[in-house]
Design a protein around this ligand. Structure first.
Ligand SMILES: Nc1ccn([C@@H]2O[C@H](COP(=O)(O)O)[C@@H](O)[C@H]2O)c(=O)n1
Ligand SMILES: C[C@@]1(CO)OP(=O)(O)OP(=O)(O)OC[C@H]1O
Length: 160
């Protein structure tokens, strides 16, 4: 059994799409990044890489590499999952938290869970996503950016 944790932050800016957990969320601002800036998936990828002792997403997908410009984070997550499996592990469960004052994500969370479980080929019950504000405090509270935290537990796995 292995455990990993991940944390990521992206700035909210005009004229970018807001994509979280692989789901497009209607909002007047979007997250800025080299990739699609899906901060939730980035935190999950860092937790997965941490659990197998393989560094972080910046090591695997450098933000100086034009191949990742505008990258779909679900595809990056798929390749991290392959690495997890090659290391002999499968997802036990993931628990993640989105930290944002706005927009409200509660109505979108079921779709995010479904999409992430599909990309990671795991049970829906193994993926939990929560959202919290910071009661208007700090950069998230001022709506300047969104942060995400993730914890993952991996179980030993061998293909049949
Ligand atoms: N961006 C967000 C933040 C929170 N929620 C939901 O609201 C509930 C209350 O959040 P507090 O920070 O005030 O405790 C929380 O349990 C979330 O379900 C949300 O949907 N989107
Ligand atoms: C995801 C990558 C891909 O180039 O770019 P960004 O969207 O800037 O995201 P960040 O969380 O800064 O992680 C770095 C990169 O791996």
């Amino acid at each position: 059994m292995r455990i990993g944790q991940g944390f990521d932050v992206h700035q909210l800016v005009p004229e970018r799409e807001l994509i979280l957990g692989g789901v497009k969320i209607p909002y007047e601002l979007g997250l800025l990044g080299h990739s699609d800036a899906d901060v939730l998936i980035h935190a999950i990828m860092d937790a997965l890489l941490g659990a197998i002792g393989a560094g972080d997403i910046g090591v695997h997908f450098p933000d100086t590499d034009p191949r990742y410009l505008g990258a779909d984070s679900t595809q990056l997550l798929g390749s991290v999952l392959e690495r997890v499996r090659e290391s002999g592990y499968a997802i036990g469960n993931i628990d993640a938290t989105i930290i944002a004052q706005r927009p409200k994500f509660a109505a979108h969370i079921p779709k995010m869970r479904e999409r992430l479980a599909q990309v990671m080929a795991c049970d829906l019950s193994a993926v939990n996503i929560k959202a919290t504000t910071t009661e208007k405090l700090g950069f998230t509270g001022r709506g300047e950016g969104i942060a995400a935290l993730a914890v993952v537990l991996l179980e030993e796995w061998r293909p049949l």
